[in-house]
Ligand binder design. Sequence first.
Ligand code: UDP
Ligand code: MG
Length: 330
Amino acid sequence: MNKPVLTIVVPCYNEEDVFMETSTQLSHVLEMLIADSLISRESKLLFVDDGSKDRTWELIESESGHNSFVKGLKLAKNVGHQNALMAGLETAAKKSDCVISIDADLQDDISVIQAFLEKYWEGYDIVYGVRESRKTDTFFKRTTAVGFYRFMERIGIKLVPNHADFRLMSKRALEELFKFKETNLFLRGLVPLVGFSSAKVYYDRKERFAGESKYPLKKMLAFAFDGISSFSVAPIRFVTFIGFLAMFISILAGVYALIQDLLGHTVSGWTSLVISIWFVGGLQLLGLGIIGEYIGKIYFEVKKRPRYAIERDSFSVSQTNQQIKEAIGH
Ligand code: UDP
Ligand code: MG
């Protein structure tokens, strides 16, 4: 195998406090990997400036003048972590054999990048960085994260627990990822859908060494909800279920009201009112649920996700050989 060209993609939003340190440390990692003959000399760092309002882009630009590893990609406006990362991956994939994504704050342990590359050499197409401990996270972030992964698993969404966007992907895995055309990106949910062989590398998550988290609670909740609604129609099913339940209760309530009526225990008009309230309410919820089911289907269609990924194909190969033979007249 030839030495692979590696590109490390780093999305940056208002990261002027951390940029220089990150760039220095990652350059050092590349040098070590080149010295160990794990990657090609053509390997690069690609910093994606996600519409920062501070001096991040100026720093990237000036650093790219001194450090031949450093390249920059500037986005026209802030599009959020996931989209910025995607922009970086698509740009990087054109000139790389494999791409690693990592956050600019170096909370993820860069010393395991070597292990990522070793897995790549063993033939894995995707290598997930998985947090071993969350000691440095707050109690709140830790418990919400654990709850989130449990919930996602319950409603049938496959995620790699404790894996954020620190991973290596081969060129062919990336090319399959690019076929997912959805606008609401949740990369850590999409990558497992790509398939191919994958490995995990464990590490300890550190504290942000400068600057502050760009994920306040509100963004975190929005991110979690995106993750759920992009991969599952379970919430819509739940509405349908409530509708059925209401209908069922309305039948029971109807029987009860009729009995009360026959026994003469009721004020006139009560029975018909109670029955219609329950029945109409149940019917409405049921209707909403069914319409929701269809919207859910349309929703998945509109995404135009690819239906399969080809890993090997002997059929097309032999067919092309046949075509070549025909073309040269044998
Ligand atoms: N980021 C980005 N665009 C945004 C928000 C964040 O590119 O709109 C980047 C940010 O610069 C960092 C990464 O996404 O490299 C993760 O952000 P952060 O470290 O703030 O998230 P946390 O680690 O707290 O979840
Ligand atoms: Mg961070």
